[in-house]
Design a protein around this ligand. Sequence first.
Ligand SMILES: C[S@@+](CC[C@H](N)C(=O)[O-])C[C@H]1O[C@@H](n2cnc3c(N)ncnc32)[C@H](O)[C@@H]1O
Length: 256
Amino acid sequence: MSEITRVFKTFIGYAKRPDLYPELGRKIIKNIFNRNSAFKGKEKTNLWASQIAVSQKDAIKQLFNINFQSFSEKYPAEFQKALDTQNACPIKMGGAGALELLYSACEFTKARAVIETGVAYGWSSFATLTSLQKRNGTLYSSDMPYLGQNGDQYVGCVVPENLKSNWKLFRHADRESLPKILKESGEIDVVHYDSDKSYEGMKWAYETLYPRLRKGGVFISDDINDNSAFQDFCEQEKITPTVVEFEGKYVGVFVK
Ligand SMILES: C[S@@+](CC[C@H](N)C(=O)[O-])C[C@H]1O[C@@H](n2cnc3c(N)ncnc32)[C@H](O)[C@@H]1O
């Protein structure tokens, strides 16, 4: 797809969704005045992360004292069904992240309330809900779908039907979704950030979500290597995070 076709399709996608106009406005302003902010501090953070990164397996053991077991081996039938659904999906979206880290964080905190940003096919939602359902907990997800491909109906498609009663999906940009979610939810056991990867978007969401994470709760952010927002936030709050290397990228995690 050419760049012009992509921009045109995205614009049409927004035009059909008035609830996303505020995000469109923010994107236009960012592209005019703040184009390079997405990668602010990227080099510094990559060096820092590469020096301290551990494997997902080690992080799960060190932070939660849980032995690593792959999610697909623990739930083979459910996982295969989700994979088949993903393969049959006509829209291409972001694939599965560090599911074991997420699942273990929910088990470790005996989570009853989790907030995640970024759903796409719903792999992280699937892993989170699998743990949450044991305690009849709630997953609050924020997701603004990829607009260029009319993929709204496929967001969360790999989440099994039997887990959906524990799931509240807010289909707006984070800046609209998160205030709505925080109005409904109480204290949060696990936060998983995996949506807007711009420096400003990450900083805003971290500062919005962190105060609501309970003491002993787990904070996870994907793609902390895109810029220094996670590193800067941890320094600001005097947090010593664990950095997990996962498929050539870095995930940041800490227990509050
Ligand atoms: C990497 S995918 C999420 C993958 C998912 N967490 C998983 O592990 O399966 C990122 C998702 O965030 C959404 N997104 C991007 N910017 C957003 C924003 N500002 N607000 C809400 N969602 C956003 C994208 O459309 C996409 O669906």
